[in-house]
Write a protein that binds this ligand. Structure first.
Ligand code: ADP
Ligand code: MG
Length: 246
């Protein structure tokens, strides 16, 4: 089934500081949108706002999932509605083992009650596809995980949840070449006609693995340039100056 995520004229502030200044963006299933732009311009803010982080205040605008405005929905309602965010900076959760966490995540999203060994098999298979040592399941969530392990753990959740829309924030930062390759391959496999993606990255080496259909540049809380995959290459070669000076 085809799905549509529409962001319409979105204005967002944090602690009374205006960060997003009228963002409009439509993502259809089957599309992968690259979101680029210099640091501190609102890329993570946009993804956090779509996911429903309470710190981000929407002053104006709508976010529609298949025509329904979701801005009054809580994070977990949005998650169950099919939106997923892989965080730029995954948080440590002390006292909760990673498997326990993943089990709750899977449980909360499945219509039928799965047996524990079914969930374990699912988690283990997905971890294996990420070349993730299964000892990672016994440790507290993200506790002492390397940068790469934290990022893989986000993609592990993505694989388990199979969302309608995947928002993926700088998954490639801090990954070594092998981890980048396997993580990208796993994201790549999830690109299909039933799913839309918004991918934030600074680097064309990531977008060479996971090819975008659309590219946008976000500066000072506004999308100042949109194009196809060729825009990634142009930014890689020429930076952003030609956009800001143009
Ligand atoms: P990007 O992802 O493009 O690097 P962000 O969305 O993280 O940018 O940040 C945009 C602006 O919002 C920055 O000026 C940043 O300092 C500010 N900001 C982001 N998160 C917070 C927060 N939790 N509290 C206060 N300011 C924030
Ligand atoms: Mg960011």
């Amino acid at each position: 089934m085809a799905h549509k995520l529409e962001i319409i004229d979105l204005f967002v502030s944090i602690d009374d500081q205006q960060i997003l200044n009228g963002i409009s963006l439509t993502v259809n299933s089957g599309e992968t949108h690259a979101l680029m732009g210099p640091n501190g311009n609102g890329k993570s803010t946009l993804l956090m706002t779509i996911m429903g982080h309470p710190k981000y205040t929407i002053n104006k605008g709508k976010i529609l999932l298949d025509g329904q405005n979701i801005i009054e929905m809580s994070v977990d309602e949005r998650s169950r509605a099919g939106i997923f965010l892989a965080l730029q900076n995954p948080q440590i959760i002390q006292g909760v083992s990673n498997f326990e966490f993943l089990r709750y995540v899977v449980d909360a999203h499945s219509k039928t009650k799965l047996k524990l060994n079914e969930i374990f098999a699912k988690v283990k298979d997905s971890a294996k596809e990420l070349n993730f040592d299964s000892s990672i399941l016994k440790r507290n969530v993200n506790d002492g995980f390397s940068g790469g392990e934290k990022k893989k753990n986000e993609i592990l959740q993505l694989k388990l949840l199979q969302p309608k829309f995947a928002l993926i924030d700088e998954i490639d930062s801090g990954l070594d070449v092998d981890a980048l390759k396997i993580t990208s391959t796993n994201i790549n496999k999830m690109q299909n006609e039933q799913r839309g993606m918004i991918l934030v990255s600074h680097y064309d080496r990531f977008f060479n693995y996971v090819k975008p259909t659309h590219t946008h540049v976000l500066i000072k809380g506004k999308i100042v340039k949109s194009g196809g995959p060729e825009l990634v290459t142009k930014i890689n070669n020429e930076g952003y100056e030609w956009i800001t000076n143009g």
